[in-house]
Design a protein around this ligand. Structure first.
Ligand code: C2E
Ligand code: CA
Ligand code: CA
Ligand code: CA
Length: 278
């Protein structure tokens, strides 16, 4: 038993080491990816559940490294939050997605939803300035930008953060609560800020059709959103019955593989053009 324990321990060490090596490699490669302009943005449609029309696109960062291959943002975003690169990554997405959204306005009055990490709000003044600057530069009306933030930004009750959110809101920028239901659970912040949208995390949506508890949670979230005058986006819709049920419950918007996977800018443009022709 002792021997197994020791083997188990050294196996664990080897895993730790591999993990660390990958992190170090990703750190180095991510720096290079930024310098060499290798990061890309893909766009996933957000649709009106009643009409099927595309009302917005969520910008999702994509990175394929020449040696390491495709790397999920679920892996590199947390790393970038630790090493500080998130500020530069965030700026790349902000610029690229807003420029793209400004072009799409000729096809449809589409909003662009961009994810913002809580770490980006630690430089809140610069962030506020950059958002306003980029909107002006690319000529995108502020109300076409939806900033997606998770509940975690409210863990640190920072006046700068609050001022920034209020200021952006006052010029027309929309704020959405992302991954709702998964994080920090004090709901008071929902009253103190005027959010426009609440995005129900896909874990609830996927459980909804065969799990009674998930279904009643989704129901409760929709009722709460209605009473706070928030529109709701259901994330991760993969099957038609989920969309039908959500529509029945009065959920306004949906996003998920049922409608479309995240698309390259060119693919998204084609999709918009085909919708406009209908
Ligand atoms: P998120 O903001 O919750 O984004 C939705 C994620 O769900 C995306 O994963 C999307 O591809 C995936 N998804 C959409 N529909 C479905 C579906 O029907 N089924 C399933 N299983 N998944 C679906 P992705 O692109 O891998 O991004 C993962 C996370 O990485 C995002 O979660 C977000 O937290 C973060 N992220 C991605 N891009 C950025 C970015 O530009 N900035 C920041 N700060 N975070 C980002
Ligand atoms: Ca999001
Ligand atoms: Ca989400
Ligand atoms: Ca998420």
């Amino acid at each position: 038993a002792k021997e197994t324990g020791r083997n188990g321990y050294s196996f664990y060490d080897a895993n730790m080491n591999q993990d660390l090596q990958r992190k170090l490699a990703l750190n180095v490669r991510l720096h290079q990816a930024i310098t060499n302009d290798e990061l890309d943005v893909h766009y996933q449609p957000i649709v009106d559940l009643k009409t099927g029309q595309i009302v917005a696109a969520e910008a999702l960062m994509r990175w394929t490294d020449r040696e390491l291959g495709f790397i999920s943002p679920a892996e590199f975003i947390p790393l970038a939050e630790k090493n500080g690169l998130i500020h530069r990554l965030g700026d790349i997405v902000l610029q690229q997605a807003c420029r793209q959204a400004a072009q799409w306005q000729a096809l449809a009055p589409l909003a662009i939803a961009i994810n913002f990490s809580s770490v980006q709000f630690r430089q809140c003044e610069q962030l506020q300035q950059r958002v306003l600057q980029v909107l002006a530069e690319v000529g995108l009306p502020p109300d076409r930008l939806e900033m997606e933030v998770t509940e975690s930004i409210f863990i640190e009750q920072d006046t700068c953060l609050i001022n920034t959110l209020n200021h952006l809101k006052s010029v027309g920028v929309q704020l959405s609560i992302d991954d709702f239901g998964t994080g920090y659970s004090a709901l008071s912040y929902l009253q103190r800020f005027s959010f426009s949208k609440l995005k129900i995390d896909r874990s609830f949506i996927q459980g909804m059709t065969n799990n009674v508890a998930d279904r009643s949670l989704v129901n409760a979230m929709l009722a709460m959103a209605k009473s706070l005058d928030l529109k709701v986006v259901a994330e991760g819709i993969e099957e038609q019955p989920q969309a039908d049920y959500l529509n029945l419950l009065g959920c306004e918007y949906g996003q998920g593989y049922l409608f479309s996977r995240p698309l390259s800018a060119a693919e998204f443009t084609q999709l918009l053009q085909s919708q406009t022709l209908q």
